[in-house]
Design a protein around this ligand. Structure first.
Ligand code: T5A
Length: 217
């Protein structure tokens, strides 16, 4: 159980491929933290603020893809800029816990490692949008591609796949590899979680990994 007092709130992000179970786990963690008396804000990207939600609609419609990888990356950055300033930074300043479904690792994985967007552009955008704001801990939910796609398809029902759900199996496999590489490169911040287990087992793994990450230097 996390007990450490932080000078600001605690920023926790969830990452992973499609259908990896991020929303499910954020909900479970938020409920558990609230029972523990913590003041929790749940948010998501792209979106999370009124301006960023408009951009989410544009991006997931596929319009960004038509503009090209760099322009689509700019749209994600614009959404993040608004979200950080309107929601995340104020909540952390108030001392709240912020649980965010996707953050800058999604850009690094989808647009950077898999999409091939220029590294210098990515770094510039990161500097402008988030500065030195980094998550205290990032849970990367890892599932085999076919498991994630099956879950996402079942949840979607009759609706059409969005811009990224419609990508190829090779794209999603490269994405899984990218997330594993991010986790390996930043072990102090990132925890790779085997999410191909029932939701309660995954939640227990997340809960038990949290305190150590919050007390590490
Ligand atoms: N993107 C985003 C970028 O390319 N760059 C960026 O910088 C950012 C921020 C966002 C898209 O934008 C891209 C990535 C994404 O493609 P989205 O609609 O927010 O799109 O999609 P996702 O974040 O991928 O969210 P999903 O809703 O698809 O997946 P989740 O949240 O990982 O999964 P969840 O919890 O909704 O679960 C999916 C289904 O599986 C079941 C659930 O009940 C649900 O039906 N489930 C489980 N079933 C069995 N066992 C478990 N352990 C389960 N956990 C959940």
């Amino acid at each position: 159980m996390p007990t450490q007092d932080h000078p600001r709130g605690v920023f926790v992000t969830f990452e992973g491929g499609e259908g990896s179970g991020k929303s499910t786990q954020i909900k479970l963690l938020a409920e558990r933290l609230a029972r523990d008396g913590r003041d929790v804000v749940v948010t998501r990207e792209p979106g999370g603020s009124p301006g960023a939600e408009i951009l989410r609609h544009v991006i997931l419609s596929g319009v960004g893809k038509l503009l090209g990888a760099e322009a689509e990356t700019l749209l994600f950055a614009a959404a993040r800029d608004d979200h950080v300033r309107a929601v995340i930074a104020p909540a952390l300043a108030r001392g709240q816990w912020v649980l965010c479904d996707r953050f800058f690792d999604s850009t690094r994985a989808y647009q950077g490692r898999v999409g091939g967007v220029d590294r210098a552009l990515m770094e510039s955008l990161q500097r402008v949008t988030i500065g030195d704001l980094k998550p205290d801990v990032t849970f990367i939910l890892d599932v085999p591609v076919e498991v994630g796609m099956r879950r996402a398809t079942a949840r979607r029902g009759a609706a059409a796949p969005d811009r990224f759900e419609a990508e190829t199996i090779a794209f999603h496999q490269a994405l899984r590899d990218a997330y594993q590489a991010i986790a390996a490169a930043e072990p102090a911040r990132c925890v790779l979680i085997d999410a191909d287990r029932d939701a309660d087992t995954v939640a227990a793994a997340i809960w038990s990994a949290l305190p150590a990450r919050l007390t590490s230097p």
